[in-house]
Write a new protein. Structure first.
Length: 223
């Protein structure tokens, strides 16, 4: 099959699914930062998204692209290891002129995936899933997400864990966004550097919005 057997097809799938990942993160970063601006506003947003199946369907669509991106990356790495030993997808180790991030996209992806599992347990399973199903999945009221976030990040360990995770995610995004656009055809010598700058700015803004939450509580502003 062309999408699987050709390098162009593989890059196309990774690029499209990666764009879903960026949209998913952009949406959630804009929503999550509200918790340190207006806890009541955050609870209102969570209440709407948690109880509204249309919103859940839209979020699920973005999340599906995210999952495809992860699973396909695992598949490509497996295929690549079978064909070329331990070399990473489309990049040779110690290749001159290749950024460290580019050579370690899969490793960064694994770090992101590992912490993502923790994040989903804390904020999807114990909040949205609990509200959708009516099941009690934790000691906090699913309708009061702001208080739950405050209690969770009252632990400096959680704050540090999330900051480390978001740092790895930033490295993954800053390379992945412009690389995806390049794979989709934006490889003009004039526009590619501009696209790379824009991609880095967008990725940085998204990560800073996410990171502002653990930093806010780590510094004691939410006490």
């Amino acid at each position: 099959m062309w999408l699987i057997d050709s390098s162009i097809g593989r890059k196309f799938i990774m690029s499209i699914s990666g764009i879903f990942l960026v949209l998913f993160l952009l949406f959630h970063s804009c929503m999550n930062i509200v918790v340190i601006i207006s806890p009541s506003g955050y609870n209102a947003i969570c209440g709407f998204l948690g109880a509204n199946w249309y919103a859940v369907a839209g979020t699920s669509l973005l999340a599906a692209g995210f999952v495809i991106h992860i699973l396909y990356a695992l598949y490509l790495t497996y295929q690549n290891m079978r064909a070329r030993g331990s070399e990473q997808y489309a990049v040779k180790k110690n290749q001159n002129g290749v950024e460290w991030t580019s050579q370690n996209m899969f490793v960064l992806g694994l770090i992101v995936f590992g912490f993502l599992a923790l994040h989903l347990y804390n904020f999807w399973f114990r909040m949205q899933f609990a509200e959708l199903t009516g099941l009690h999945t934790g000691m906090f009221d699913a309708a009061d997400g702001a208080s739950y976030v405050k209690a969770l990040f009252s632990s400096w360990i959680y704050c540090v864990i999330y900051i480390v995770w978001l740092s790895a995610l930033w490295l993954h995004l800053t390379h992945g966004v412009w690389s995806a656009l390049q794979s989709l055809g934006l490889n003009n010598k004039i526009w590619l550097p501009r696209v790379k700058v824009v991609a880095n700015i967008v990725s940085t803004i998204v990560i800073l919005m996410f990171m502002s939450i653990p930093v806010y509580y780590l510094l004691g502003f939410g006490a």
